[in-house]
Design a protein around this ligand. Structure first.
Ligand code: C2E
Ligand code: MG
Ligand code: MG
Length: 680
């Protein structure tokens, strides 16, 4: 039911209304007041939804009543009842705050209802908006957010004082222009911001505009801000205005929650800042220290994460104690800490700080009522003008840190020119190799494996060579280690495998010999899950049966990742591929590995063969290895046989298969084919 108040001095007006309302099944409930005072009382206290007000009351003007009601804060919609042709009056009424007007005696129940319903809806919408605006204003008063308000398309924008203060400006310092905002946005964040902003303006699906980006503070640092907003639209849905808030979330984004140290984001900001400063001021010097904790993983695994966390916090405090306030200590994650050291006043500050840290972190920590010992390896990179980006400095500090660890932990290493040269060498080999893989500079050589008694070929070992355009034929010892540091080795090995498998298939067909091909497999494959299927594909591609392939792996494969490696080896074995241990005897030589993994044989390392010439312990070692192999039914191939003496000694010990310069060197495919033909 809609409660309608009629204020009119004429009784017939009331009767007319009642009559037309009775005509239809109206949902309007009518109350009648006939004079100014009771009318006003009804408007202020009556709890009506809508009012029909005659413009001329007996005692006073209806317009006056309208004005007074509005002045008293009456919000319900008031419709003026006017006479014919009183345009000016209509106008005046609307101006005084009437919601609408109707011409007396000239409306039907339906048109009245329509007007009333429309007015009620509009009032409700207004009310809701007013409510939310009040709530918004309240929320803003109590918050730390900055506010902005923009008329779409204009250069001007309103920024609240707090908005400017977030960026370090006084209210009158930053021009109220939309450009003041855009030009301070970090280049990497610009695109997303414009996308979100324009998307919302255009009326995309998002009901709110929201974006997080970095803004340049007056002091040159970056603040992380969260901006929210909403567009106001006209009837066509065009945005006319957009307003919202700006929240400084730098703290949340820049601190490591566990230790309270700077996190990676803040630290990179500071580093970038240091680079800028150095560009302006040539006397400015700084250093980067990369700190890696020794044995942290061990402690974490054995005592649990809570203890690990406690230790990290304690370490953070000691690190802070080793530096001054101007320096930045950051935790990059896990047990990796870095320090950005201002060196302007103390040229050898970095080494002194590094020494102090090593000493401090070497002392016992009391965690979970235990005394724990850790320690640190530190890599240091000193800034100088040849560094163009923070990334380069970071990389060098990291390289130096690995050197420190390799040199035996608990020490620091300063990145120097020699390390730089080595890093450059690795880089150039790596990019050269990449090119080589594409331009077919990699070639496969074949070294025969023979039956020692008859000298007949049993198969070949495939050995990669790099036919370098300038350096000539490069041996694998010069590039395999580099390739193994990256995923390049995977591509390289697969290339060799495919080439060698196809070559062997051709020779088996041509020479009608049951030859095998041995291919070296880097340990890298065994931390991947795809190796077995890669091998299967290579065999399928070449049309070669699996049993003709021998994969040579070093013992280290079973040490790195025992369970992953086991699964891979088992899969390969299931395919029918034969697995051999390469360089047997020099590595960790765990005998248990020989029978717990599906190996078919082993390659006796060249160093034992070399020792067979004179009287040495080698003879006994080789005898023992051969005995073990026989007991475990493993095949043995001797490697690196160069002399007749070695050949005879091996024969005498019962070794029957071998490979070595004495029989044939590794050779290009064409030469190997000739060699095969000569053996027929
Ligand atoms: P390896 O698998 O133990 O290969 C045997 C190495 O001994 C080869 O060196 C071979 O040329 C050399 N050799 C053979 N007979 C004699 C001999 O009588 N005397 C002497 N002094 N040496 C002999 P190469 O070709 O320089 O390869 C070195 C290593 O590089 C290989 O050792 C293998 O570990 C690795 N390698 C070679 N090709 C590949 C490949 O395609 N992939 C992977 N992952 N590693 C490879
Ligand atoms: Mg080998
Ligand atoms: Mg070998």
């Amino acid at each position: 039911m809609v409660k309608l108040l009629l204020v009119d001095d004429a009784v017939f007006a009331r009767d007319f209304l009642l009559a037309i309302l009775a005509e239809v099944d109206s949902r309007i409930e009518l109350t009648w007041r006939s004079d100014y005072a009771t009318g006003l009382d009804g408007l202020v206290h009556g709890g009506f939804d809508v009012c029909l007000l005659d413009y001329q009351l007996a005692d006073r003007s209806g317009l006056d009543l309208l004005r007074e009601a509005k002045a008293r804060g009456v919000r319900l919609p008031i419709i003026m009842l006017t006479g014919h042709g009183s345009k000016e009056l209509d106008h005046e009424a609307m101006h005084a705050g009437a919601a609408d007007y109707l011409v007396k005696g000239d409306f039907t129940a339906q048109s009245l209802e329509r007007v009333v319903r429309y007015l009620l809806e509009r009032t409700r919408a207004d009310e809701a908006r007013r409510d939310s605006e009040e709530r918004y204003a309240l929320a803003m008063e109590g918050s730390n957010d900055g506010l902005w308000d923009w008329r779409v398309g204009e250069a001007q924008v309103h920024f609240s004082s707090r908005w400017k203060r977030i960026l370090g400006f006084e209210p009158d310092e930053l021009p109220d222009l939309i450009e003041s905002w855009w030009e301070r946005v970090h280049a990497d964040d610009r695109f997303r911001l414009r996308q979100d902003f324009d998307g919302h303006l255009r009326g995309s699906t998002t009901p709110h505009f929201e974006n997080e980006h970095r803004l340049r503070h007056q002091d040159g640092t970056w603040r992380h801000v969260l901006v929210r907003g909403k567009a106001v639209r006209d009837e066509q849905g065009q945005a006319t205005r957009m307003a919202g808030s700006l929240t400084d979330v730098t703290m949340a984004r820049s601190r490591d929650p566990l230790t309270g140290l700077a996190n990676r984001v803040l630290y990179l900001d500071r580093l970038e800042h240091a680079f800028h400063r150095a560009a302006r001021d040539p006397t400015y010097r700084f250093a980067l220290l990369f700190i890696d904790l020794d044995r942290f993983k061990n402690i974490n695994d054995s005592l649990g994460h809570d203890a690990g966390d406690e230790l990290l916090v304690a370490i953070a405090r000691r690190l802070e104690g080793c530096v001054r306030l101007v320096d930045t200590v950051a935790r990059l994650g896990g047990d990796e800490f870095v320090i950005l050291l201002d060196e302007s006043r103390e040229p050898d500050g970095a080494t002194r700080v590094a020494n102090r840290i090593i000493e401090e972190l070497g002392r016992a920590f009391l965690v979970a009522s235990r005394e724990l010992f850790t320690g640190a390896s530190i890599g240091i990179a000193l800034f100088d003008s040849h560094y163009k980006t923070p990334g380069e400095l970071l990389r060098d500090a990291d390289t130096a840190m690995y050197r420190a660890k390799a040199d035996g932990r608990g020490r620091f290493v300063i990145f120097d020119a020699a390390m730089h040269a080595r890093a450059l060498h690795v880089l150039s080999v790596e990019s050269g190799l990449r090119r080589a893989l594409e331009s077919k500079e990699l070639e496969v050589f074949y070294q025969p494996v023979i039956a020692m008694g008859s000298g007949q070929p049993l198969g070949f070992e495939a050995l990669v060579r790099w036919r370098h355009p300038e350096r000539g034929l490069v041996s694998p010892a010069d590039f395999i280690p580099v390739a193994e540091d990256s995923s390049l080795i995977v591509l390289l090995d697969l290339h060799v495998l495919r080439t060698a498998a196809a070559q062997l298939k051709a020779w088996r067909d041509e020479f009608k010999l049951d030859l095998h091909i041995s291919v070296n497999a880097s340990r890298r494959h065994f931390s991947r899950n795809e190796y077995a299927s890669d091998v299967q594909q290579a065999l399928d591609g070449a049309g070669l049966q699996a049993s003709a392939l021998r994969l040579e792996v070093t013992e280290s494969v079973t040490m790195d990742l025992p369970s992953l490696a086991r699964a891979q080896l088992q899969q390969l074995h299931a395919l029918g591929v034969q697995l051999y241990v390469d360089d047997f005897g020099v590595g960790y030589s765990s005998l248990s590995m020989l029978h717990t993994y599906p190996f078919s044989g082993l390659k006796l390392d060249r160093s034992f063969v070399a020792g067979l010439d004179g009287a040495s312990a080698s003879t006994e070692i080789v005898r023992a290895i051969l005995a073990i192999a026989q007991a475990l039914r493993l095949d043995v191939v001797a490697e690196g046989v160069e002399t007749l003496g070695q050949h005879e000694a091996l024969m005498a010990l019962g070794c029957t298969r071998a490979q070595g310069f004495r029989y044939a060197r590794p050779m290009p495919a064409a030469d190997a084919a000739q060699w095969l033909a000569s053996k027929r």
